[in-house]
Design a protein around this ligand. Structure first.
Ligand SMILES: NC(=O)c1ccc[n+]([C@@H]2O[C@H](COP(=O)([O-])OP(=O)(O)OC[C@H]3O[C@@H](n4cnc5c(N)ncnc54)[C@H](O)[C@@H]3O)[C@@H](O)[C@H]2O)c1
Length: 212
């Protein structure tokens, strides 16, 4: 895929992509090598890949647990570890980890997802402390429900959300863009909730049913 990227004051063309499985450490190293080849360093790392699986802890399987921890948490760890040398080679660097509001509060029937996203929250803060002296900032983003392939087919109720709607992917992207750029130069180790007010408290919008 070729695309143009607009950054304040900069136009870059010819972006490229590399396929990788975030659980595969060798592939991560290859991807970092390719991404950093043109300049010798890496300026931005966004750890976004994630999966969801469901089940009350009673019936939730060990396989479900291992799979989701491997992708959602080990994947972020692998990403940061593989990128550190290339990140150190750049001047002003940002790592953005996509967690969830399930990374700051519990959800029924989501034991693995919640644990993995809490893990990302903690890993973010720890990495921010470890890497700050290299000028590497690390922050986490915590979306509420967003309409993407991950949530397709799920009954996403919004009566408990202050803004009474789900989010759009581009709204999350704007926050990631802010955290990736120089506008957030004094921000590290922080968690950014972007959830339409879902975790602010309990909203009570009337539920509109088919008969209304
Ligand atoms: N959609 C939501 O409501 C929501 C809410 C909070 C957080 N999130 C988080 O946002 C991130 C993006 O999710 P999304 O909603 O765009 O879902 P999505 O399913 O559209 O995107 C997830 C992407 O991760 C990729 N992926 C899965 N396993 C992978 C692996 N092993 N290696 C490489 N890539 C892999 C998938 O191919 C897919 O492209 C995830 O971390 C998710 O947990 C989503």
């Amino acid at each position: 895929m070729r695309m143009a990227l607009h950054w304040p004051g900069v136009w870059a063309t010819g972006a490229s992509h590399v396929h990788l499985d975030v659980t595969d450490r060798a592939q991560r190293a290859e991807a970092v090598a390719k991404a950093s080849a043109p300049s010798g360093g890496l300026d931005i790392l966004v750890n976004n890949a994630g999966i969801v699986n469901f089940g009350s802890i009673e019936e939730y399987s060990y396989e479900q647990w291992d799979h989701i921890i491997n992708v959602n948490l080990n994947g972020v760890f692998n990403g940061i570890k593989a990128a550190i040398p290339a990140l150190k080679a750049s001047g002003n660097v940002s790592v953005v980890n996509i967690s969830s509001i399930a990374g700051i509060r519990g959800y029924e029937a989501l034991p693995g997802y919640t644990a993995s996203k809490f893990g990302v929250t903690g890993l973010t803060k720890s990495a921010a402390l470890d890497l700050a002296h290299y000028g590497i900032r690390v922050n986490s983003v915590h979306p509420g429900a967003v309409l993407t392939p991950m949530t397709e087919g799920l009954a996403l109720t919004t009566s408990h959300v202050a803004l009474n709607r789900v989010g759009r992917p581009e709204e999350i992207a704007e926050l990631v863009l802010y955290l990736s750029g120089p506008e957030s130069s004094f921000v590290t180790g922080a968690q950014f909730v972007i959830d339409g007010g879902e975790t602010a408290g309990l909203a009570h919008h009337p539920v509109v049913g088919p008969e209304d």
